[in-house]
Design a protein around this ligand. Structure first.
Ligand SMILES: Nc1ncnc2c1ncn2[C@@H]1O[C@H](COP(=O)(O)OP(=O)(O)O)[C@@H](O)[C@H]1O
Ligand SMILES: [Mg+2]
Length: 320
């Protein structure tokens, strides 16, 4: 993979996390998450997606993270059998000595990403799509089940799956459709019970005045939930509230419960109820709304009061 390091260094010189597209190097935002900013460099012939993750304080941290990332991707791809877009990582110290870390991936078609796809296909095709996602998940949890030393987690949001060879002009999903899983930058793998990545990095995007509190109260819960298939499935279903398709949720719950009872009966997963999904969605939504407002306050303190750089991109209000 041809990564232009000089271009990234130049980009870091002028990036403005308030308005990332207004720096000297022209970029286009492809997406963003709670801590990451994903973009392409315009006119880049390589068709790459850069995911900027500004959470590292020192070299040991970043090296360990790269090790965990490579281990996670390799297991998912070569042993579990998930399809991942071609991937790489790169990092350097910028002019201020700050570590800048990027996950780099083959750029995938924006319209083929799950949260876009579900607005282009029929409800019946959505149910097939969700079944295909459950089959990918089954591979992951079967692997963990058969390998007592290794435990894998997955972020099962619909926006983390994309359709391979998606025909934008004629969007279709059937049981032969193949999926990419691409949200691999948070390596969720435990080897002999120990988290491969440094778990506190999960909280790195939290304002420093909250981090100790979040760590004490929620770290185990936040990290742990990605390792439990049932919780990951609840998260996937609850996504349909955020994606403005709540009317599908009762059928999706039935579908997931049938899948657990039939295709994954060996996992003995207790059926999911609508109340659980509602409750989960409400608490998750509240948590993010509160969290985002604390982050805005933190950004205000850092940039306006202390005149420092704020490393994260904060999206405008997300419709949830
Ligand atoms: N390789 C890629 N090509 C095109 N778009 C991408 C790529 N990777 C991520 N994105 C976009 O950015 C969004 C966030 O990326 P993701 O890897 O899921 O990060 P997060 O951990 O922040 O959810 C995705 O939902 C997608 O829209
Ligand atoms: Mg994601």
């Amino acid at each position: 993979m041809k990564i232009n390091l000089e271009l990234l260094k130049e980009l870091e010189r002028s990036i403005n996390t308030f308005h990332p597209e207004k720096g000297r190097i022209p970029i286009k935002i492809l997406g963003f998450g709670e801590i990451s900013l994903v973009f392409e460099i315009l006119k880049d012939p390589e068709h790459l997606a850069y995911k900027r993750i500004p959470i590292f304080d020192n070299e040991d941290q970043v090296k360990r993270h790269i090790w965990a990332y490579n281990a996670y991707c390799k297991i998912l791809n070569q042993e579990v059998g998930l399809s991942l877009p071609a991937y790489d990582v790169t990092w350097f110290k910028d002019d201020n000595g700050t570590i800048q870390f990027y996950c780099v991936q083959e750029k995938i078609e924006a319209k083929s990403v799950g949260n876009k796809v579900i607005h282009e296909i029929s409800d019946d095709e959505i149910y097939i799509f969700v079944t295909l996602i459950l089959r990918e998940m089954k591979k992951v949890w079967s692997y963990s089940h058969n390998n007592p030393k290794i435990d894998l987690g997955l972020d099962g949001q619909i926006s983390n799956f994309a359709i391979i060879n998606f025909d934008v002009q004629n969007p279709k999903v059937d049981f032969n459709t193949k999926l990419y899983y691409f949200d691999t930058s948070t390596p969720m793998v435990r080897i002999n019970g120990a988290e491969a990545m440094e778990a506190v990095l999960f909280l790195k995007s939290a304002p420093s005045f909250l981090r100790w509190l979040l760590k004490a109260l929620f770290l185990e819960e936040t990290v742990g939930r990605y390792y439990e298939w049932r919780k990951v499935a609840i998260d996937l279903i609850a996504n349909f509230y955020k994606e403005q398709k709540p009317e599908l949720i009762p059928n999706l719950i039935k579908l997931v419960n049938n899948f657990f009872a039939e295709e994954a009966s060996e996992f003995n997963i207790v059926p999911i109820t609508i109340d659980e999904v509602k409750k989960y969605y409400k608490s998750d939504k509240n948590m993010w709304v509160i969290f985002q407002s604390f982050r805005r306050f933190d950004r205000y303190l850092k940039t306006k009061i202390f005149k420092k750089k704020y490393e994260f991109y904060l999206p405008d209000k997300i419709k949830r």
